[in-house]
Design a protein. Structure first.
Length: 433
């Protein structure tokens, strides 16, 4: 009977434990151990899987290092300087603060590696500026903040792409490059919607920063703006591996904050270490649980079975990508992106490779899908995050989100059907895919 099938009980136990409030990483470990027990396998395999794969895979080290770099940027005054630069560049136009919201998401991209953390952190700051004195409706500001937050994990450095590289063996460096153009296009798409909304709703014009001040503000913000450039230079010059580049990024953010901006004390340094450690542990448990569950999925031969089913359906690459888009968008409404990348994507990667789909292109499309799912009604997690911050009615936030969601979905279709939008920049740096 299916109700006594070990894999069925494994999945049910994971869902039940997660609903009861157990962290999803621990839920996956518990469900996987139940599967091993019922299948008569050595339950020590669970520990063996995540210990061997976590300690032998140096890619994972990039995750805590990028998180630490983000904490140093947030604790120091780098965030304030970057926001001042964004305001000086686009704040002078009608709906300027809304345009600042979009630009700051692109500039702050990857500071936390999580769209939800970006929305609750720097996004909350710009949301407060937009709604101060009733300049913008709370629902519109919340909708724009949620929509612009999805850009963060697309533009490098990107923790979701590091995790995708972990499960697919694709190049982190080329994935980072592949996200730059799509991230810029997504930002431009949102800015266009903001432009027409500002004209239609007569949003206010902020007091412009004098142009003579722009060089000074740019010069002050330049060290923070150069962080992604330093990161990519280290990778593509051959000076460092991607993991070592993550360490360089953390050291760079710390040195800039201490030496140039003098904005980190011993107390704030310690607080950054503690905060980043807590975030790292939560992600680490999720990775550990996913590695054990992936072993269970492999034992059940699910990737090969799915590949056979898709082959029998005789899907072409474009149809397969559309299928993946729909599945991931639906899952993105309910699950955090890290869980989707670590659990669902490993099942899809073999099929994508068998159909001749470039894995860098596939990875960027997957990450964009997962991020857009966070603002897809009715259960997009970013919508609930911004509803709790803004206290606006959820239906009003959803209504204001729809134009931005439409723009992002149109951009996603472009990246899906035109792989060169993703692969052009990596090929400029020698990628052969």
């Amino acid at each position: 009977m299916i109700f006594l099938d070990p894999f069925f009980l494994c999945i049910v136990s994971i869902l039940v434990l997660a609903v009861l409030g157990l962290p999803i990483g621990l839920s996956m470990i518990a469900g996987s151990i139940l599967y091993l027990f019922m299948s008569g396998l050595d339950m020590g395999i669970a520990a063996e899987q995540f210990l061997n794969r976590m300690y032998s895979n140096y890619i994972i080290l990039a995750v805590p290092l990028f998180i630490l770099a983000a904490e140093f940027m947030n604790t120091g005054s780098l965030s304030d300087r970057l926001l001042a630069w964004c305001n000086a560049v686009v704040g002078r136009f009608r709906g300027g603060l809304a345009q600042v919201n979009v630009l700051q998401s692109m500039v702050f991209a990857g500071m936390s590696g999580s769209a939800i953390a970006d929305a609750a952190g720097t996004g909350k700051m710009i949301y407060s500026l937009m709604t101060r004195d009733g300049k913008y409706p709370a629902s519109f500001a919340a909708a724009l903040t949620a929509s612009s937050a999805v850009i963060g994990p697309i533009i490098p450095p990107s923790i979701p792409m590091v995790l995708y590289a972990l499960v697919s063996d694709a190049s982190i460096g080329y994935l980072f490059l592949g996200g730059i153009v799509p991230g810029a296009i997504m930002g431009i798409s949102l800015a266009i919607i903001v432009y027409f909304k500002a004209r239609t709703n007569n949003f206010p014009v902020e007091d412009p920063v004098p142009l003579r001040e722009l060089p000074r503000i740019t010069w002050t913000s330049l060290p923070a703006l150069m962080m992604p450039v330093v990161l990519l230079f280290c990778i593509y010059s051959g000076i460092t591996t991607p993991t070592e580049a993550a360490a360089v990024a953390a050291a760079y953010a710390l040195i800039i904050s201490i030496v140039l901006y003098r904005s980190i004390s011993l107390r704030s340094f310690y607080r950054s270490l503690v905060t980043s450690s807590k975030t790292t542990v939560s992600i680490g448990m999720l990775i550990a649980g996913a590695l054990v569950l992936n072993y269970v999925v492999t034992v059940e031969n699910i990737p090969a079975t799915l590949s056979s089913i898709l082959t029998a359906w005789n899907l072409d690459p474009i149809t397969f990508l559309i299928f993946v888009n729909v599945v991931l968008l639906l899952l993105g409404c309910m699950l955090e992106g890290t869980a989707i990348i670590l659990i669902i994507v490993p099942v899809l990667v073999p099929s994508a490779a068998a159909l001749g789909i470039d894995l860098v292109h596939f990875g960027v499309v997957v990450v964009i899908n997962v991020m857009i799912g966070l603002i897809t009604p009715p259960y997009g997690m970013l919508l609930f995050v911004m509803q709790s911050i803004s206290r606006a009615k959820l239906r009003h936030i959803v209504g204001d989100t729809l134009p931005f969601l439409g723009a992002l979905l149109a951009a996603l279709l472009l990246f899906t059907f035109v792989p060169d939008t993703v692969l052009w920049l990596p090929r400029m740096f020698g990628y052969q895919g």
